[in-house]
Design a protein around this ligand. Structure first.
Ligand code: SPD
Length: 389
């Protein structure tokens, strides 16, 4: 029996098989059901009936590793990146309250952390930012002793360049960057970055591009046949030229409105992240996702504890919960991103685990951006020339 043995039983609470790409709109309905059933359990800092030790004393006992003795966890994650049950069920099981805040780009997250101390206990940057967070001393080691479920991780998420052995990071979900497109409005399919970066005149104002340096510059480099990590001045000048020429046809650079815009037929072509586009498809069957034939980028978003966070013990507790195969299946099934825990796959719908757009086969060309420091600054300068600060 591990330190969280009671959790396994409680995980079954409302744990029906996750539906295929459940729409986000069901969130409020389920939240209301949970509240009506009293299943959310959290009693505003007092001991509710579902503490993890099963008794009032256990639920009120101090949790190791925290700087502040509060049954509180402040999570800062990407928007549209969690299902509707994980937070209420975790709260019900542990009697810890979660404050859940969202951001929509790595740049926004890093700027917030650099601006000074925050109360966040968990942040979820993309793995290529980890060297930057380490260099700036913005994250601290996780309490691995409180995360026994780290053993559930697939090896590729343990033996990494950015954090071998997961001393600072615990993977959340992973995915690819591609194109979301509206088959009906475009009158056909899309298979090249060319359609996005040199959009047809008829798509003017119906195109969106990602407001994130790595994806915008990296994918444009791939389309131009350059190395996806190039920082050569000549290559970046070509990228800027390409994107400036596309700009008059672009509705906006965005990372958090394109799901709804694709769903509402407001845009027909959107550079986007795999799971986000599938969430748009839930609402609009004309939407498809493609990893263009030229290849693309792959990313892993990872949970970290900001340096000096008030509740690192509670953060470890949540990380451990998130690595349970049933919880991974619930999250991944809902957001349609890849899970770093293969043990979760048998719990997911087969059409999701066999979908090459979610779990791309090895022959698809996918690169990871690995730029830091001065080199990343060059990309940022190119990005700002097109998008602005
Ligand atoms: N809606 C959640 C999207 C998470 C995307 N993170 C990946 C960033 C890659 N640069």
């Amino acid at each position: 029996m591990g330190p969280y043995s009671r959790e396994d039983r409680d995980l079954n609470l409302l744990m029906e098989q996750p539906g295929r790409r459940v729409g986000r709109r069901s969130f409020l309905q389920v939240a209301r059901l949970l509240a009506a059933a009293g299943a959310a359990g959290y009693a505003g800092g007092t001991v509710a009936g579902r503490g993890d030790g099963g008794t009032a004393a256990a639920a009120a006992a101090p949790i190791p590793g925290n700087r502040r003795e509060e049954r509180l966890l402040n999570v800062y994650n990407w928007s549209d990146y969690i299902d509707d049950r994980t937070i209420p069920l975790f709260q019900a099981q542990t009697n810890l309250r979660i404050n859940y805040d969202v951001y929509s780009s790595n740049e926004d997250l890093l700027a917030k952390l650099r601006a000074g101390p925050t109360d966040y206990d968990i942040i979820v940057p993309t793995s290529d930012f980890i060297p930057t967070y380490r260099a700036l001393d913005l994250i601290e080691p996780i309490r691995q002793d409180l995360v026994p479920n780290l053993t559930n991780l697939d090896r590729e998420f343990v033996e990494t360049d950015y954090d071998p052995g997961n001393r600072y990071t615990v993977p959340w979900q992973w995915g690819t960057t591609g194109i979301g497109f509206n088959r009906r409005r475009l009158g056909g399919t899309v298979d090249s970055w060319g359609t996005l970066f040199e959009p047809p005149a008829g798509a003017k104002g119906r195109v969106s591009l990602l407001r994130e340096v790595t994806d915008l510059i990296g994918c444009a480099l791939i389309y131009l046949g350059k190395s996806p990590n190039s920082t050569r001045d000549g290559d970046l000048a070509e990228v800027v030229k390409l994107l400036k020429a596309a700009k008059p046809r672009v509705k906006r650079f965005t990372t958090d409105t394109y799901i709804d815009e694709l769903a509402a037929n407001e845009t027909w072509l959107a550079q986007g992240w795999s799971g986000d586009v599938f969430q748009a498809q839930d609402q609009n069957p004309d939407v498809s996702y493609v990893i263009p034939r030229e290849g693309s980028l792959r990313f892993v978003d990872v949970m970290c504890v900001p340096k000096g966070a008030p509740h690192p013990g509670n953060a470890a507790r949540f990380m451990n919960y998130a690595l349970h195969p049933k919880v991974q299946a619930r999250i991944s099934g809902y957001v349609s991103y890849g899970t770093p825990v293969s043990l979760a796959k048998p719990l997911l719908p087969e059409d999701q685990t066999s979908d090459p757009a979610i779990y791309p086969p090895a022959n698809i060309k996918l690169s990871i951006v690995t730029l830091t420091g001065q080199k990343l600054q060059k990309w940022r300068a190119a990005y700002e020339e097109v998008v602005g600060p």
